[in-house]
Ligand binder design. Sequence first.
Ligand SMILES: Cc1ncc(COP(=O)(O)O)c(C=O)c1O
Length: 444
Amino acid sequence: MALTLPAHPDPLADRIHASGLLPELAHGLGGPFHYLLPERFDANLAAFRAALAEAGVEGRVYYAKKANKASVLMDRCAAAGAGVDVASIGELRDALGHGVRGEDLVVTGPAKSDELLRVAALQGALIAVDAPDELDRLLTLGGPRPPRLLLRVHPPAQPRSRFGLDEAQLDEALRRCAAAGDAVRMEGFSFHLSGYAVRPRAELAAELVELCLKARVLGLQADRISIGGGFAVDYVPADAWRTFLAEQGPGHYHAGKSFAPEDFYPYHSPVAGSDALRAVLATEGTGGRSLAEQLRRAGVMLLLEPGRALLDRAGSSVFRIQGVKDRDGYGIVTVDGSSLSLSEQWFNSEYLPDPVLLTGRGGDPGQPYPACVGGASCLDSDLLTWRKIAFPTRPHPGDLLVYPNTAGYQMDSNESPFHELPLPPKVVIDLPDGGRRPRWRLDR
Ligand SMILES: Cc1ncc(COP(=O)(O)O)c(C=O)c1O
């Protein structure tokens, strides 16, 4: 039996599917494509800002650009005055080129290149220092204005993380910043935690508030902390997720493949997106004070760098079926793209929300048909979905498969033109009011 894991209902996606636009685009573009709904990005950004305002906390949201390369997202950040978290010179250039101001950038990532540090400092971007030698390079940079920096803290609860400065390195960095005087602006501290748990974020944030107070004694500015990203996205309903985790096993996958449940993204999260920020801000520390209250009392601004959560339901990936064949009680559907356009490979895992089959064929719905989904490459391991999907009917060549809610990391983080397959273009879709037909343009 195939296990189902449908994404949460999405009326905007239903409207697009019903409009007939996707088959037209598949025909016109001649290959797989991704579509983006920037209005969803705007709404998610507004929801994060509202959570800060409700808690009475001064804060700033920086979109973590690595989660999706689309230009339209930079346009939206620039228009909304939102910040952008960049981790390479390419990301920094792209953000600036779309009108995001240098002072609205935070530069993260390990061992930043000299060029990245130089341009970031010239542009007045905030630089999260990850290592002592990075601080050395910043202090000797010269230039017309002092570099703005945060010191990134190695998370004690994640001792195996390769990021951040440990306690001794932090002490030394603080001493060096204080000694540098006006040559540097030490604005505070940062971290990014793996996983999506609320409490560890609130607890480490509270420690960073204390660090700010300590740094101020040394004469440093230290008036902000960044708690990074890691605000969960809730893709599927609780019941379906629970059943899936309890029942999934090698029989549910092509070739008897098995996945460790802990390697799956937590596709259901009871507290997600801006509600996760609300929960972080409401978490009480040892003195019984919420994090929001601790931030206010200390006069510390809260920066955050959500990637995936700002892209929740802001786009999907569309593939055309090229072939279908039967194999030992299930089918192998092959699409016109590769699994690298649906990236979970870095996590020994696969993207689990069910793809939606758009057949455009009326009449007899036929029999349910379980099938895995392979890519158009010569690799046995190139499967978009190893799981046998419970298709409502046997798919046909020319039908479309829409993988829902893929804007956060799935679309383009691992994309590759392997086999000289073109990279799927991105289509920006606007949905006019009054139920009129969706409008589209290519993302440039
Ligand atoms: C420093 C930093 N900030 C923000 C993010 C974004 O995380 P997410 O997309 O889970 O919100 C990442 C992700 O790796 C990161 O490394």
